[in-house]
Design a protein around this ligand. Structure first.
Ligand code: AHG
Ligand code: MN
Ligand code: MN
Length: 338
């Protein structure tokens, strides 16, 4: 395949989306540089003293892994000086990350999960970085507010993820389809390897953490049993594939078809919710899924239609092949009528 770089692809093929401004290319270039630095950290983790936890607890109430911190610091350091952002938000930071006065500001907002699948770092299973790009809605001469960031997923200018695995990949969409690039370490460039990714309309795989079965409500149990049973459109059980890194499970299902589910659970009876974050996980991946012909819902609503109320809002997530997600939607709707 002819070598097409990301920059060339944006300039040649993304001309119709608002993202095709030079600013977007600059943003993507700096994001790619940050990802290459993170990939180097991930690939060498076992050799450097960056395995394991830092002993701190983050705003999510989760153990911070050293590589979480390296990825977060790398992204903030690189992106605050890119000159095209007016604010950032990270899964690892409680509040909005403002661009220091000494740096030039732009119109874009970057929201990211610096390292997704942190529990898998020490056991060498794929992890990734998920990102979402919005444009500010307040006037440029005013201070950025949370309202600029808390926008619906439909308003995203672009979204995607880096996958640090057997190869390092970038998969993203700026509203004109989904395109995959693979890092060629010998030249340090991401080269087009998966043009125009389309997710099969029905898969053969379901991804869910079955250990929460006793914490799900009855409709959710019926839905998971639907995929593992024979009374479904395939007439056969779907295979269970769940690695514990959303970005890895999502990527496999995007290419091969399938559905990833992280339902609401009642492990904390007073706080029934999903675990995944709307702004930096569900919304960007929903954008990619829909651009590839798939779907993403919270069980009732389309993820991209949800108006966020707060930065670290969590949401149940059912995402992947359109026909498989449609079954989930129909079964929950039926349960609401019963
Ligand atoms: P993160 O490492 O960014 O906190 O995300 C981990 C998420 C997601 O990647 C994965 O699908 C999910 O946590 C796994 O959760 P369980 O261990 O509860 O199944
Ligand atoms: Mn994550
Ligand atoms: Mn994370």
């Amino acid at each position: 395949m002819r070598q097409v770089t990301v920059t060339e692809h944006v300039l040649l093929h993304q001309t119709k989306s608002p993202a095709a401004s030079g600013q977007f290319t600059t943003l993507l270039y700096d994001l790619i540089l940050a990802a290459k630095i993170i990939a180097r950290g991930v690939n060498k983790a076992g050799l450097l003293d960056i395995l394991g936890a830092t002993g701190e607890i983050n705003v999510q109430g989760e153990q911070v892994q050293k590589l979480d911190e390296l990825a977060n610091r790398t992204l903030i350091h690189r992106m605050e000086r890119t000159g095209v952002l007016c604010a950032m938000a990270s899964e690892e930071n409680a509040d909005l990350i403002r661009i220091p006065d000494k740096f030039k500001r732009g119109e874009y907002i970057l929201i990211f999960d610096p390292l997704d699948g942190s529990s898998n770092i020490d056991v060498n299973i794929n992890v990734g970085t998920i990102f979402s790009i919005h444009k500010r809605i307040s006037p440029s001469d005013e201070d950025v507010t949370l309202a600029d960031v808390l926008q619906r997923g439909t308003e995203q200018v672009a979204a995607g993820y880096f996958l640090y695995g057997s190869s390092t990949m970038l998969v993203y969409s700026s509203g004109q389809g989904v395109h995959g690039f693979t890092l060629d370490p010998s030249v340090g460039e991401f080269l087009l390897s998966h043009p125009d990714i389309r997710i099969p309309e029905r898969g053969k795989v379901y991804s869910v953490n079955e250990s929460y079965y006793h914490y799900w409500d009855e409709p959710t149990r019926r839905i998971v049993n639907h995929f593992k049973g024979t009374d479904n459109d395939r007439g056969a059980p779907y295979s269970l594939r769940y690695v514990g890194s959303l970005v890895a499970d999502f990527h496999r299902n995007l290419l091969n078809g399938g559905i990833f589910m992280y339902p609401m659970d009642y492990r904390i009876p007073s706080k029934p919710q999903g675990k995944l974050r709307l702004m930096c996980e569900a919304s960007p991946l929903a954008f990619v899924a829909e651009q590839a012909g798939g779907a993403a819902i919270d069980g009732n609503r389309r993820i991209l239609d949800i108006q966020p109320g707060e930065l670290h809002e969590r949401v149940p997530l059912f995402i992947g092949s359109a026909k498989d997600v449609a079954v989930v939607s129909e079964m929950y709707a039926q349960a609401r009528q019963d």
